[in-house]
Design a protein. Structure first.
Lengths: 834, 195
């Protein structure tokens, strides 16, 4: 490419549109930064998790894992005798609540002699080796020591049931510096945490030459129900799967920002190309070929993209570092608790996002470049050709195809468990609408009644006669408004549905939890009786939370065993659709969450085999319920049934209905009096839980909402800038109108009307499109990503406020631009030839 | 019709602008249609132009996004005339300049001569007291130029408007009733008058 030629083609563009180019670059940078930051955060978090997992797995080839309640330790002896197994290490794992804090520490109970051969990272280093066998000794990682603010030799007090037990920190664990973890003797752990006779997992090292996959398959067939055998890598894969939907959604937000950037590049380039049409026509007349012109305009776009990407990559690293520091590796979503990551920057991801930034910028330049190359030089040299240039950007046929394809894409199932078709549907609807904007705008403008005032009439005539330039701005408004509206409706729907759900799921007056964190706090039968006997208690329902494996290839699902009236489960569960209040064939009932129904393809009325206490028990699926708390799915069964099948009568939570006239404060006093030592109990009213839940919701969405808003604000600022440039370009027209007797005030009113009309159409189309997109977000994307439904709620007040702000912005922009455009006197304005 | 001639930069266009109230004179008084322009503020001057002045420019200055009829209707629209009245007047005016059949055409389809006819129709459609024409034939070939000046003069006479024509063209100047030369800030009459 000839650089001098490039200068001739690009010359002037960078200088004349500096502000808009900067905004377009900023939008590209935002998209790249966001996408790259998500990639860094995820790579850092998963990398840290995997590294920790690999360290803990040591030399293990396979791991046998059960539900949260574990499995019978008899399995250990059987597996250890297997001919292909060289070494085994049984483990009991608990999340023990630390007294005085609302945190839990993961403790692995190991047999030090066996662990030394398979998982040496779990064998503590102590000055006295006998500490490894002492029941009160605990070994923790160095980062745990720092986190706890403790030193070797200090005591750590933990909650067990409703008791407190003290362990001595006897030493540290090697090779697991960054994880929050403790280890102790397995027998002591079983005894201390009431896990007698059960194990959480067994690490297996196979004999040299044994085929891991073959042994895995063979052993899988012999395992008791509810246990799975997997490689350490499979566990990391499961974690990646759990977080994938969340990551994909964040990446889609990055794409939205990139799209906004691409659109800004398009509007900047389209206006810039049209304004330079005479310059291009001259170059074409002098011998520049169409393809060569097209290439140079694309180079312009690529330069913008490269600059945006460069800024974006740097900003992405800063954003990731800041986010990891403030919110943690999962942006507060709770997937990577306990991991203290160091930044992992992958050059491949950086290159990929930079390439995407450039691709979006080049994509934004593609249509203007192609149409500039196709324009006939002779016509382009003539004044008044602008509308022809804009008309060449119209592609209604492709728009109709895109809309149809978008509508059809909403019917497609998830691809690889991700709502890719849903996202494609949104993109196609947006793309199709933008391509049909000329027709939609013309249709709407034709229906605006002819006003009597000269200025408003001229504004209408101007838009009807020369909609081209305004349409470029309109595209930005429609894209920004629709994205904002869809996001606002989706978030409002989710929030309102969550609020409704909380009201339904929390029917009692007060809720008591055995421990604020972890799984070592519980109510045994005595504790349950004591709670029941507190004065003022009218009714008490207990809940036992466990987890079970329904499918070896999937993460564990939560099992909630709760006291509930089988004849009216809807009084405590937010049931959906058909339910069976009476179980058939004498089978007990299980109520499944929407996620279980989706992920495991289970329907109401069918029989579900539930692994409990190392045996499979058939349940009839009696109903479907909504659960916003557990994305991997949750099952509800009657606690009495659970206790009968497992022998476990303990409970982790209690829902308490008070007698009429008894206040929560009186109940709290009664609780304190009956149970003075119960420091681990947490008591909350439905109002407390609701407030806390909504606060967490708002915090989680604040991040995504803020990022979306940033993209939209950049888009709208770009729009203001484009609109301003358009007004300034009409100086001579205003000069002529001043000659003919139009006052400055009339011209300002004309421009304000144009701004209002364009914004009004943009709002109308944007709101309709945004509403359609919100339906896809709610019923397709969310459903397929997180497997929960929600009711549609439109935040009218916020949307109306947004519309008013947008209209005010449009008017303010036109007025500011009009002031600049009318600063020249009318004589000078008409002096230049048109 | 008065023609003003003079070298480039002699102030011919400035004189037109002063008559239109677009520029203020350094000295003296300008009275048009019985109104002393110095006493009017910017908005009043704009209203004065709207009512009393018609413009014909060298570069036509026809708005590309309006049809021919809408362009001609501009002064009536600005004056707040009712649509039906304005429409009838516009069509009559277009008919008088021979452009009735192009009423709904976009300006880009017209030749230079046709565009100037539209501009003349626009300059006279609101029955101004005075038409100010700044090099109206400067962008036209000789045949079109002659036709445009004939038309302008004919229509001005028919509408009862006087006019000031700034021109470099001998042919155009010859069609005026009186011809002045502007030199060093002074208007000097030429002896030649039109038929």
């Amino acid at each position: 490419m000839n650089i001098a030629l490039g200068r001739a083609v690009l010359g002037g563009a960078l200088g004349r549109h500096r502000g808009r180019l900067a905004l377009a670059t900023l939008a590209i940078a935002l998209g790249v930064a966001l996408g790259f930051a998500v990639a860094i955060i995820n790579a850092t978090a998963v990398g840290e998790f995997e590294a920790g997992m690999r360290t803990l797995a040591g030399t293990a080839d396979l791991e046998i894992r059960g539900g949260r309640g574990g499995f019978d330790e008899a399995l250990f002896a059987r597996v250890a005798r297997d001919a292909d197994v060289a070494a085994t290490s049984p483990v009991v794992e608990v999340e023990a609540r630390i007294v005085g804090r609302d945190d839990a520490l993961r403790i692995e109970g190991v047999d030090a002699f066996r662990a030394a051969t398979v998982t040496p990272a779990l064998v503590g280093m102590a000055s006295d080796p006998l500490d490894l066998l002492r029941g009160e000794s605990l070994f923790v990682t160095p980062s745990t020591l720092a986190w706890l603010g403790k030193a070797e030799g200090d005591m750590l007090v933990l909650q067990v049931g409703q008791r407190e037990v003290s362990l001595r920190i006897a030493g540290t664990l090697p090779g697991t510096a960054t994880q929050r973890l403790g280890a102790m003797d397995i027998a002591a752990a079983q005894d201390l945490f009431a896990r007698d006779g059960t194990l959480s997992h067994i690490a297996l090292r196979l004999r040299a030459g044994a085929d891991v996959q073959q042994v895995q398959q063979r052993l899988a067939g012999t395992l008791p129900p509810g246990t799975v055998i997997a490689t350490p890598d499979d566990n990391a894969t499961n974690l990646a799967r759990m977080t994938r939907a969340y990551r994909v959604n964040l990446n889609v937000l990055a794409l939205v920002a990139l799209f906004t950037g691409g659109l800004l590049v398009f509007s900047t380039q389209a206006l810039s190309v049209v304004r330079r049409r005479a310059q291009f026509a001259l170059l074409r007349t002098l011998g520049l070929t169409g393809p060569s012109l097209q290439r140079w305009i694309l180079v312009e776009g690529a330069l913008l993209g490269a600059l945006g990407s460069l800024v974006g990559i740097a900003a992405g690293i800063a954003l990731a570092a800041g986010t990891l520091h403030v919110l943690g590796a999962d942006l507060g979503a709770g997937y990577f608790r306990g991991a203290l990551p160091t930044l992992v920057i992958e050059p491949v991801a950086a290159a990929a996002f930079a390439a995407m930034g450039i691709a979006f910028a080049v994509g934004g330049s593609l249509l203007p470049a192609r149409d500039a190359a196709r324009a006939m030089p002779a016509a382009a040299l003539k004044a008044g050709d602008e509308e022809q240039a804009f008309a060449r950007l119209h592609h209604p046929g492709i728009g109709v195809v895109a809309l149809t394809a978008g509508a059809l894409a909403t019917l497609l199932p998830p691809i690889g468990e991700l709502p890719l078709a849903g996202y494609a549907a949104i993109a196609l609807l947006l793309f199709g609408t933008l391509l049909l904007l000329p027709q939609l705008a013309a249709w709407m403008l034709a229906r605006v009644p002819s006003p009597s005032s000269a200025s408003t009439r001229l504004a209408l005539l101007q838009l009807r006669g020369a909609p081209g330039a305004a349409l470029v701005s309109l595209a930005t408004i429609v894209a920004s408004v629709s994205l904002m509206v869809s996001m606002a409706i989706m978030v409002a729907s989710f929030r309102a549905s969550l609020d409704d759900w909380l009201l339904r799921i929390l029917p009692a007056d007060v809720y008591v939890r055995a421990a604020a964190a972890g799984d070592t706090g519980w109510f045994d039968l005595d504790a349950q009786r004591a709670l029941r006997n507190i004065r003022g208690v009218a009714r008490i329902d207990f809940l036992r939370t466990q987890s079970v494996v329904l499918d070896p290839g999937r993460p564990r699902v939560t099992l909630l065993a709760r006291d509930l009236p089988a004849s009216d489960p809807g009084s405590v569960l937010p049931l959906l659709g058909d339910t069976r209040t009476v179980s058939h064939d004498g089978l007990p009932s299980v109520w499944i969450s929407e996620a279980i129904a989706d992920l495991f393809d289970i329907k109401v009325g069918t029989t579900l085999q539930l692994p409990l206490a190392d045996r499979v028990h058939p349940f009839v699926v009696a109903g479907l319920w909504r659960d916003y708390a557990r994305q991997q799915g949750a099952l509800v069964i009657e606690r009495a049934v659970y206790t009968r099948l497992t022998g476990d009568g303990s409970a982790s939570d209690a829902a308490i209905w008070l007698q009429p006239g008894v206040t929560v404060a009186e109940f709290r006093n009664g609780l304190d009096a009956a149970w003075p030592d119960a420091s681990g109990l947490t008591l909350a009213t439905p109002g407390d839980i609701r407030t806390m839940s909504l606060r967490i919701f708002d915090r989680t969405f604040a991040v995504t909402y803020a990022l979306e808003a940033a993209a939209v604000i950049i888009g709208l600022t770009g729009l203001s800038s484009a609109f301003g440039a358009l007004v300034l370009a009409r100086r001579r027209e205003f000069g002529m109108l001043r000659h003919l007797g139009m006052t400055r005030g009339q011209i300002r009113r004309m421009l304000a009307t144009e701004g209002l009309l364009v914004s009004g159409i943009g709002l109308k189309v944007g709101f309709l499109l945004g509403f359609a997109m919100s339906l896809i977000l709610i019923h397709v994307v969310n459903r397929q990503s997180f497997h929960w439904g929600m009711e549609l709620h439109t935040p009218w007040l916020s949307l109306v406020a947004f519309a008013i702000v947008l209209l005010a912005l449009a008017v303010a922009t036109t007025q500011a631009s009009a002031r600049a455009a009318l600063a020249d006197d009318a004589v000078r304005a008409v002096r230049d030839d048109w | 019709m008065v023609a003003i001639r003079g070298e480039s930069g002699s102030g011919k266009s400035t004189l037109l602008n002063i008559i239109a109230g677009l520029e203020r004179p350094d000295g003296g008084t300008v009275t048009v249609a019985g109104m002393t322009l110095a006493t009017l503020d910017d908005d009043a001057l704009t209203v004065f132009r709207r009512k009393h002045v018609g413009f014909v420019f060298q570069a036509f200055h026809v708005l590309p996004y309006l049809t021919v009829a809408d362009n001609v209707a501009l002064p009536l629209t600005l004056a707040g005339h009712h649509d039906d009245v304005a429409r009838a007047r516009v069509l009559a005016m277009l008919d008088s300049v021979g452009m009735a059949d192009r009423a709904e055409s976009p300006p880009r389809e017209l030749s230079g001569g046709e565009l100037q006819r539209v501009a003349i129709a626009r300059a006279l459609v609101h029955r101004p007291s005075i038409v100010l024409a700044d090099e109206p034939t400067g962008n036209l070939d000789p045949d079109s130029a002659a036709g445009v000046i004939t038309l302008l003069r004919g229509r001005m006479a028919a509408e009862g408007a006087c006019g000031v024509l700034v021109t470099h063209s001998d042919e155009a100047a010859q069609r005026a009733d009186r011809v002045f030369t502007l030199r060093a800030g002074t208007l000097a009459p030429q002896t030649r008058t039109a038929q």
